[in-house]
Design a protein around this ligand. Structure first.
Ligand SMILES: [Zn+2]
Ligand SMILES: [Zn+2]
Length: 230
């Protein structure tokens, strides 16, 4: 594992978007500069809120999500959708690292209180073996290493199989993931839950409820990209 990381740092890289030489980074400076960063967004749902950076939008004032804060690094639009797709389905780790770096930058810029542990949204065992790749866990690992915060990948478990959320509407998604997660009791007050994309938030809602039932007082959602859904 460490040799892999060492080689990773020694080998010159090529930008995952344009293919040009990119030094030790996964994106060249111009491509990195042009990403749709989610700089001005609602502090609770992560949707773009240009007039009031880091404030709460009207929808969240009326009906706040169960988590206490969200950090979304990017907006889920071109070319972020391509990075996510290549990371998730083609297991392109360089794309995953580029997404993780954008999220890390957003977390550091937010400068809020850091959690005691980082928890990835779990895949069900059967899916984990089928795909052998949990993109949320890869992102969580990267953040854990860079922020020096422990990764708790077995705290939260998916206890039943669920259909993929894509293609389902909001209420179908809620039904699909209801009761899907189980969390063991823990003494952690503040936990960050990590996923690649936040769309309707149904999965993160279920995870947050499980973490809070098991003792967390505060849950922060960290997502690489925020998709606007209507
Ligand atoms: Zn580039
Ligand atoms: Zn909001």
């Amino acid at each position: 594992m460490w040799t892999e990381q060492l080689l990773d740092q020694l080998l010159p890289r090529h930008c995952v978007l344009c293919g040009l030489f990119s030094g030790v980074e996964n994106l060249c400076p111009p491509c990195a500069a042009e990403l749709p960063y989610n700089r001005s967004a609602c502090a609770l749902c992560g949707l773009s809120l240009p007039a009031q950076p880091n404030r709460v939008c009207g929808a969240c004032l009326k009906k706040p999500p169960p988590w206490d804060a969200v950090v979304a690094g990017l907006q889920y639009q071109f070319p972020v959708d391509q990075l996510v797709c290549r990371f998730k389905y083609q297991r392109n780790l360089a794309c995953g690292q580029a997404l993780g770096s954008a999220l890390l930058k957003a977390i550091q810029q937010r400068n809020g209180p850091l959690p005691q542990a980082i928890v990835p949204v779990p895949l069900h065992r059967s899916r984990l073996f089928g795909r052998t790749f949990n993109q949320a866990q890869m992102l969580a690992q990267q953040l854990s290493r860079r922020l020096k915060i422990p990764l708790e990948y077995s705290l939260l478990r998916r206890i039943r199989r669920t259909r993929a959320q894509s293609g389902l509407d909001s209420s179908q998604r809620r039904k699909n993931v209801r009761g899907a997660f189980d969390c063991r009791q823990h003494g952690l007050k503040h936990v960050a839950i990590v996923d690649d994309v936040l769309t309707t938030g149904r999965t993160l809602e279920e995870c947050t409820h499980s973490l809070k039932r098991a003792g967390a007082r505060s849950v922060t959602a960290w997502v690489a990209a925020r998709a606007a859904h209507h």
